[in-house]
Structures are given as structure tokens and as C-alpha cells.
Design a protein around this ligand. Sequence first.
Ligand code: ZN
Length: 160
Amino acid sequence: MQISQDSIVLIDYRLTDDAGNEIDSSADHGPLAYLHGHSNIVPGLEQALEGRGVGDEFKVSIEPAMGYGENNPSLTQTLPSSMFGGVDQIAVGMQFHAQTDHGVEVVTVTALEGDEVTIDGNHPLAGKTLHFEVTVREVRPATAEELDHGHAHGEHGHHH
Ligand code: ZN
């Protein structure tokens, strides 16, 4: 069976940056199961998987526009540390859920200077070219329930 709209797909993958540093790997947390054609994964990877079958191995490099988007400087803000009153110690790399104009978003602390805290609402992989090595492990049709939920169920899928 080939990967097409509404397939449930199980992949092993390794994701690296331009310098070859590993960002994420299914070796760390098991394969990924997703529902094809429902934007469960970044568009560039979904496109590269279209029409593949079990056992296929491939490499693909994905530009930011087809990955996690371009880095948007307007999502970076500098705030007084007093706004983080409930936090014992603020450190670079900490992530918070913040109420923004676009709803609740995850922001990351990217700099600390005096009592000023710089936060960035971009996805940590925004603006980065993604280099994937992928192996297709399993392809099957989605169940009615999976289609209804918009994600894969099962051992490596979504748990309720
Ligand atoms: Zn579900």
C-alpha cells in the first residue's frame, strides 16, 4: 500500500540541522505514527512521504517555508522580569505558555539582561532548514475514529 490521503503511516526518522547536529530522532522515543493529509506533520515532510511504501528509505531537506515557517522577529519581546513574578529563577531556554494576540502560545526565554527578559514566540525550529532521514515502517488505512479525531491511534499514535 502506498501512502496517500488518509493513510496511517509509521516512520522512523532522524532530524538534523545544517551543521549535521541531531535535533530529534525516533531512536530516542520510538517511531512516529501520523495521519497523512491532515497536517499532522510539517508540509514538506508530508509531501515527501506521498506515494512512498513500507521499507522506503529517503533523505529530504525542507526549507523553513515548508517546515516550521520563517522566523518572525515581531514575535520577540523584551519584558521586565517583574512580569515573571511566579517564577523562582528565570533562565535562558525556559519555556512558558503565554497569552498573546493569537491565543496561548509557547514562548522561549532567549536572553536575560539586568531585569529585562527577552522571550521569543517563534517555534524553536522556525527559520531552520530541516534535514530528515526517513524509513517508512508501516502504512495502513485510517479507521473511522482516527479520521474523526484527525490523528493516528495505537501504540505510537495519540493516547487518550
Ligand atoms: Zn483520537
